[in-house]
Design a protein around this ligand. Structure first.
Ligand SMILES: [Zn+2]
Length: 360
């Protein structure tokens, strides 16, 4: 693994190269937010889709906007979604996700998307899921990377059980969990309670985007009403803390999250872009970490946030002085929180995170 990673890292600074080499766990990445620009251009040509521009550099600027709002941020997804309407395109983007993970030193990754967004070309939702699973499988055959697939409902759609039932149907084929995605504020988690209930009733894992730009109430709903096992973002839990930031006592949402070590899937660059947080130093990641919450760092959208997992970890290293040991601890937390089977976790832990780990 190290040869290729070294080639990719040689233009970066030394600590970045080290971060890329560390074995990493990705828990929160959107398939349709992580395409390569060159792939979008090719897929658009193949499908006869008209892009906002054919210039790859300008397209990258359009699809990765500067700090704005979550609503603006989500506009890029209409472009990526427009070229992901065939089985071939879906398999290719899934395969390339695994390839990009490998190049970034990721040894286990969970990628998520909403099947219902990819039926405009005539595919059934089952065909959509199977195409993505095929791409992930091809990726696993080509690279030493383990994968899990999370299926989402779109928050703004009329609540339904389509994605949750697909999780059930394909849970033995690499689908590991359920989530809700899209614009957050007008659509609280409890709107989709029936789908979350379906998952819980069938012992299917769920995570839930909550507290990205909305307050702790959405996190409370995700955990207590929807029985989500992890929280996507959870950044705004900090609203429950005072100044200077100290966690409130036991009978609080933070107390519950701390007591139960509920994993938070934090995404630094994405939060800056959506103005969930005004600047990096104000991001609650380090306060959460220092007070023992089960924090993980994740990419969210490799294309739309113009980042990678190594880059997110490097941001944390340079902002708060995290050491290699701290970064490895974050990976162990993420692995514990992963939705893959325990035997996969044990295999990864032994290979990459034990005392004799092969991390090269
Ligand atoms: Zn997300």
């Amino acid at each position: 693994m190290s040869l290729i990673i070294d080639q990719f890292a040689k233009k970066r600074n030394f600590s970045y190269a080290l971060t890329m080499k560390l074995p990493k766990i990705e828990l929160h990445e959107h398939l349709d937010g992580s395409l390569r620009i060159a792939t979008i251009v090719e897929l658009a040509q193949e499908a006869g889709v008209r892009l906002p521009t054919d210039d790859p550099k300008i397209l990258a600027q359009i699809l990765s906007p500067g700090p704005s709002s979550l609503e603006n941020y989500l506009r890029a997804f209409s472009v990526t979604g427009s070229v992901m309407q065939s089985a071939k395109a879906l398999s290719r983007t899934a395969f390339e996700t695994v390839e990009d993970w490998y190049l970034d030193g990721i040894v286990y990754g969970e990628v998520r998307f909403a099947p219902e967004q990819h039926t405009l070309g005539g595919l059934s939702v089952e065909e959509v899921v199977e195409a993505v699973l095929r791409g992930l499988e091809e990726g696993r055959r080509a690279y030493p990377v383990q994968t899990g697939l999370i299926l989402c409902s779109m928050r703004h759609n009329t609540p339904n059980l389509i994605a949750a039932k697909l999780v059930h149907r394909y849970c033995k084929d690499g689908v590991v969990g359920y989530d809700i995605a899209g614009e957050e504020a007008p659509f609280p988690p409890s709107l989709h309670k029936e789908a979350f209930d379906y998952c819980a009733d069938n012992f299917l894992a769920a995570t839930c985007h909550a507290g990205e730009v909305t307050g702790p109430d959405y996190i409370r709903e995700a955990l207590l009403a929807c029985r989500s096992l992890r929280i996507g973002h959870g950044t705004q839990l900090i609203q429950e803390w005072g100044s200077p930031p100290l966690p409130p006592g036991q009978q609080s949402l933070t107390g519950w999250i701390l007591e139960h070590q509920t994993p938070l899937e934090l995404c630094l660059s994405s939060n800056l872009q959506t103005k969930a947080c005004p600047d990096l130093l104000s991001h609650p990641f380090e306060a959460f970490r220092q007070h023992g919450l089960a924090v993980t760092l994740c990419t969210d959208n490799r294309l739309v946030s113009a980042t990678s997992l190594s880059q997110e970890l490097e941001l944390a290293r340079q902002t708060w002085g995290l050491t290699d040991k701290d970064i490895l601890e974050l990976q162990k937390t993420a692995l514990k929180a992963a939705f893959c089977p325990n035997e996969t976790k044990t295999w990864i832990r032994t290979k990459y995170f034990s005392g004799n780990a092969d991390i090269d």
